[in-house]
Design a protein around this ligand. Sequence first.
Ligand SMILES: Cc1cc2nc3c(=O)[nH]c(=O)nc-3n(C[C@H](O)[C@H](O)[C@H](O)COP(=O)(O)OP(=O)(O)OC[C@H]3O[C@@H](n4cnc5c(N)ncnc54)[C@H](O)[C@@H]3O)c2cc1C
Length: 505
Amino acid sequence: MAGDGGVDAEVIIVGCGPVGATLAVLLAQFGRTVIVLERWPEPYPRPRAVHFDHEVARIFQSCGIGAELRTISEPADLYEWRNASGTTLLRFGRAGEGPSGWPASSMFNQPALEELLNRRASALPGITIRRGAEVVDLHQSDETVKVLTADDIEISGHYVVGCDGANSTVRSLAGIDTHDLGFFYDWLIVDVVLGDQRVFDPINLQVCDPARPTTAVSGGPGRRRWEFMRLPHETLEELNDEGRAWDLLAPWDVHPGNAQLERHAVYTFNARYAEAWRAGRVLLAGDAAHLMPPFAGQGMCAGIRDAANLAWKLDLVLRHAASGALLDTYQDERMPSAARAISFSMELGKVICVADPEEAASRDEAMSAAVGPVPIEVPALPGFDQGLLSGSPHAGQVFVQGTAGGLPFDEVYGTGWRLVTMDADAGELDIDLRTWFETIGGRVVTLTPGEPDHARWFSEHQTSTALQRPDFYLYGTATSAPEAAGLLADLRRNLKASAMPRACR
Ligand SMILES: Cc1cc2nc3c(=O)[nH]c(=O)nc-3n(C[C@H](O)[C@H](O)[C@H](O)COP(=O)(O)OP(=O)(O)OC[C@H]3O[C@@H](n4cnc5c(N)ncnc54)[C@H](O)[C@@H]3O)c2cc1C
């Protein structure tokens, strides 16, 4: 039954995995109406993601699940690679908090996260989740888009977002091709709950043994994850077997007497991306838009970043505060980061998945010689230099979440557009600009004196005002009150432009 402006919901999300659920929550928090259509009657219980980074944690925090997230995750400060004889080949270090005010790396259990997101989604007005609803067809016109479910129910919205995973139906129905990067390895994934408390040092380990490349990492508090590569002589059936899983766990002193095998499944790791992430009123996000092997722990993270990028843009377009051209910036902005995550995951995979002993021996020699006393940093993913951003320094980079009165900044000032300044004059906007800024959910936050994290950030970046977008990236920075007002005026102009001007693409 059509309601909102002649449609059933403003946005239809196809797929209620982590990306669809996150997008639904973010949109509903902006006041948008959303219908989520999910093929399966129950959430997917199989093992998959175990890692997220600080930026993604901040996005989950903005979904209102920050406190619970801390209880289902644990920080991981080290990811070490060793060869078959235990020699260290590589050490990635991610100690302490990242710039977003969360541990640089956290380990978790995906079904537990999805439960948190689903519970949050169910509590928000504006979201309807229909499970057991498989989308099989889609048609769009100038104003609306309609989807049809397998049980012949038609649902209409202004936009459809395909968050329907690697084999996305929405992608196919919208006629969007994928580009395959030719990476295929089969791995057995095993999630274990240990009966006794054990300390694993390092917490995350990659065993680059050509006789069986193996991953042994945290699966969140109380859980461990093992991943075993299929060898060239093995069939999928031989590997995807509970008895085989126990055999492979035995060298780790994990057996039915001290552990419960929660789940096992074989996955083929792939690398590919959709060639377009928008076709009119249809958009793609998450695995539907990009797929990568899990060695960098970034597949879901990339999808959550998509959701954060898309939610506020859909909101502004739907309430006519921005032109539809804003949605064209989505792929421009997200693609560089997703592409880098895909290529980095493949680079890691090509080193890890070596099953030839000679190739492994020469790899080990080169890598062990390069190991230094200090763990190397995981390279940060790039921001963007095309999209909705100003020409000022640091535009397109992720902004810090500092503290305010000892609490996380976002808990005190909320999320949305934030003009954060250490310059009291820059915070004094004229009434017209301030009123407009408030209509897009903007808020001015003057920090004088600044709390240490912000003070450090502003000093290191030689600026005094930052205009943060709702996805925590910077629209731009300013060093004076007139520049800060100019930044906002520039944003107002660009949001209304019928095409994003060259300077901001
Ligand atoms: C072994 C493994 C380890 C991983 N480790 C990590 C990690 O550590 N960190 C990380 O960030 N990522 C990791 N990933 C990747 C991560 O799990 C995925 O990127 C993430 O689950 C994708 O989320 P999504 O919401 O886009 O898609 P999905 O989780 O696949 O959800 C898609 C949903 O759409 C539904 N659907 C599909 N078609 C339809 C239809 N026609 N109609 C209605 N509903 C439909 C599906 O039923 C499903 O519920 C890993 C993946 C694997 C396989």
